[in-house]
Design a protein. Structure first.
Length: 142
C-alpha cells in the first residue's frame, strides 16, 4: 500500500504528540502535517498564503474545539466544496456531546470518535483508526 498524507487538526500539544507517536509507528504513513487551529487548517487544505505548495491530505483528523474556526465550521466548509468534499474527515475530539455528534454527521463527517482519557486507550484508538482507514478502507487519490 502506498503511503498517505494525514492532516491532524488539533490545538492540544499533548494530543498532537501522542497522535504523532501512534501514527509514526506505522510502516505505511509517509507524512503527517499538523494545523493547530481551524483557520490554519483551511489555509493548508485550500493552499492559501504560506501553504501554496503543500500536498493535499488524503485523510483529516479534526478536533471539534479549535481556536479561530471550530471543527464544525471547518468540516462544513470542506464538505461543501467540490475540491475537498471527497477527503475523509474523522472527528477526533474530547466532546461526547450529542449536539456535536449530530452536527458532525449532519455536515458529512465520515466518523466521530471521542478521545479516550487514558493514554494507552488513546494510543489504541489511534491505531484502530489507522488499521481501519489505512488497511481496510479504500480512499481516493488526490
Amino acid at each position: 500500500m502506498k503511503g498517505i498524507h494525514i492532516l491532524l487538526v488539533e490545538d492540544n500539544e499533548g494530543d498532537v504528540l501522542l497522535t504523532q507517536e501512534a501514527l509514526e509507528e506505522s510502516k505505511i504513513i509517509n507524512k503527517i502535517s499538523v494545523s493547530r487551529n481551524g483557520k490554519e487548517a483551511l489555509d493548508f487544505i485550500f493552499k492559501r498564503e504560506k501553504y501554496s505548495n503543500v500536498d493535499t491530505p488524503d485523510l483529516i483528523l479534526l478536533d471539534v474545539n479549535l481556536p479561530l474556526k471550530n471543527g464544525h465550521e471547518v468540516l462544513h466548509e470542506l464538505k461543501n466544496d467540490e475540491s475537498t468534499k471527497h477527503i475523509p474527515i474523522i472527528m477526533l475530539t474530547t466532546s461526547s456531546s450529542e449536539r456535536d455528534i449530530m452536527l458532525s454527521y449532519k455536515n458529512h463527517a465520515n466518523c466521530y470518535i471521542t478521545k479516550p482519557i487514558e493514554v494507552n486507550d488513546f494510543l489504541n484508538a489511534i491505531k484502530s483508526i489507522e488499521s481501519f482507514w489505512l488497511n481496510i478502507v479504500k480512499i481516493p487519490n488526490n
